[in-house]
Design a protein around this ligand. Structure first.
Ligand SMILES: C[S@@+](CC[C@H](N)C(=O)[O-])C[C@H]1O[C@@H](n2cnc3c(N)ncnc32)[C@H](O)[C@@H]1O
Length: 530
């Protein structure tokens, strides 16, 4: 899972660890990865020359074994995701380690597994056409093999003969000779057309009358239709054009660069940059952000020592903005992170508080995620942290009314703003999640507003742009109270990101992957009347 996490606890990785697509061993930033591969799918030409490829002196037989192992690992990841609800980014890295898959083979396996999962919707539509049968009439294991083969053909540009023969070989090994023939026939059919032609066909199948561009985009850009419609509504509801939808969906299909946060007071951004040895550049918006062009963040000393972490720039920005918001009244000494696990924002917030002589309380409901918060805050000076506690954030407002100067509610949400980081997430979520999470989001925000002192500020944050999790939650909670005003969060964000950052007409903030290069984070700043 990513450096940040959203939604009910499903991942147990400390902030400093590698997130989805935040691994070493390669990058699948292209929609489908490198386009320079030799007959066995290895990178060559520009990709190797740029140093992305890991050079080895391995003999051809050993190389062959490497790519076979990589394809086998990608298949096993898809099976784990399908069969046991596992998360690809939690399953793949240890699998690569256990099987001794490294360097270019690890990069190949990563591209293959994550890219296939992201583009599954698109590939399923193509496979259905080529197999001339509905997907429910294909064995799940065989379907995964077809998806992997299709991604090699259309997403990774592995030469067709290698993509087909290697996948057929894997099919024979894993699912029997009969399935090998079927896989061979379907993949040959896939390989007969270009990606562009397939996108035309898939789009036409999804929108035969030519009247439903959203259904067409959902199919071609591989998002569930309900998610696609919700993202369109979110664009429009935030004053952006529905015409941007394609760009947004395409941005979701590209793995983001790993972004680091230099925790203020622990390390300067300049010094973190030095430690990246020319692999890092400054972030676009947050003064704390360093963007890596490649490599393993775990190898950077500041990450190992907890002076820096892996954190999306949007997460940094909303945290910095909460700290920059204007309070009324002098006191600014107790800050609360109501939903802190696994602790990325709490670590940044804690250091921002410390710089000002304030202290943070980090609250989290799930005990094992409290351990992650403890890990994330371990490198902070003891005087920065008042308490790390296990508790239901919904009770804090009643238990400690008016106690805090600043409160962060980074609410559990669908995570629809971080799809680029979580290869399978878009296929897991359902509209039913919205109502379950919506009730919790409202209660947590109401509790935070009770817990903040008069004149204090609450930051309501989601990693989802869905209107039902953002604007509607705030509207509903405020309908029941008259002691709160919505601040113009744009001025706080401009103070920390500069005036060039594109923001809309609204007082709340919605960031976008295709505009800001961040996750689609939402921030509303609310101040209690003094
Ligand atoms: C979006 S994540 C927070 C991410 C975190 N701020 C970070 O940057 O690392 C939401 C967290 O809220 C927690 N949570 C869910 N229900 C809660 C509740 N009732 N009270 C407190 N925390 C809750 C989840 O376990 C999850 O860890």
């Amino acid at each position: 899972m990513s450096a940040e996490e959203h939604g009910p606890a499903r991942s147990d990785r400390p902030e400093g660890g590698r997130g989805p697509d935040q691994r070493g061993g390669g990058s699948d930033r292209r929609e489908g990865g490198s386009d320079h591969r030799d007959a066995r799918g290895r990178e060559r030409g520009a990709a190797r020359a740029s140093g992305q490829g890991h050079r080895t002196a391995a003999a051809p037989a050993a190389r062959r074994r490497g790519t076979d192992l990589a394809r086998g690992a990608a298949f096993d990841v898809l099976r784990a995701v399908d069969g046991s609800d596992s998360y690809a980014n939690l399953v793949l890295p240890p699998m690569l380690r256990d099987r001794g898959i490294s360097g270019r083979d690890a990069a190949f396996a990563t591209e293959l597994a994550y890219g296939t999962l992201r583009l599954r919707g698109r590939y399923d539509a193509i496979i259905e056409i080529c197999a001339a049968r509905t997907l429910d009439r294909i064995e799940p294991e065989v379907l995964d093999l077809l998806r992997l083969g299709t991604h090699q053909l259309l997403g990774m540009r592995v030469p067709a003969h290698a993509a087909v023969s290697e996948t057929v070989g894997l099919a024979r090994e894993r699912t029997g000779v009969g399935s090998g023939q079927f896989v061979n026939a379907v993949l040959r059919s896939v390989g007969r057309e270009s990606l562009e032609t397939w996108l035309e066909k898939v789009g036409a199948a999804a929108d035969p009358a030519g009247t439903d561009p959203v259904a067409r985009l959902a199919a071609t850009e591989s998002h569930p239709t309900w998610v696609t419609r919700a993202l369109r509504e979110a664009l429009v509801g935030n004053g952006r054009s529905a015409e941007e939808l394609g760009d947004l969906l395409r941005a979701d299909n590209v793995a983001p660069h790993v972004t680091l946060v230099a925790r203020p007071g622990l390390i300067r951004t300049y010094d973190l940059l030095q430690q990246t040895r020319n692999a890092g550049t400054r972030g676009r918006w947050a003064s704390t952000a360093v963007v890596l062009s490649g490599g393993d963040p775990g190898g950077i000393p500041a990450i190992r020592d907890g002076l820096a972490g892996v954190q999306d720039e949007g997460s940094q920005l909303v945290t910095l903005a909460l700290a920059a918001a204007n309070l009324i009244g002098e006191r600014d000494e107790r800050w609360l992170d109501l939903c802190a696990g696994p602790g990325g924002k709490a670590a940044l917030l804690g250091m921002l508080a410390h710089e000002r002589g304030a202290r943070i309380v980090a609250n989290e409901v799930t005990p094992h995620r409290v351990r992650l918060v403890e890990h994330a805050l371990a490198s902070l000076p003891p005087e920065a942290v008042e308490e790390i506690r296990t508790g239901d954030g919904r009770a804090v407002g009643q238990d400690e009314p008016g106690s805090y100067d600043r409160v962060l509610v980074d609410a559990p949400c669908t995570g629809l703003g971080a799809l680029r980081r979580r290869p399978e997430a878009r296929w897991r979520r359902t509209p039913a999640d919205l109502s379950q999470l919506g009730a919790l989001q409202r209660e947590l925000l109401a509790s935070a507003l009770d817990a903040v002192r008069p004149g204090g500020v609450v930051g309501y944050v989601t990693c989802s742009p869905h209107l039902a999790e953002t604007q509607l939650v705030v509207k509903d909670v405020l309908r029941k109270r008259d002691d709160v005003e919505i601040l113009d969060a744009r001025s706080a964000v401009r103070r920390v990101a500069g005036n060039a950052i594109p923001l809309g007409e609204r007082h709340d903030i919605q960031l976008w992957p295709h505009v800001h290069g961040t996750d689609a984070m939402h921030l509303t700043l609310l101040r209690k009347h003094p």
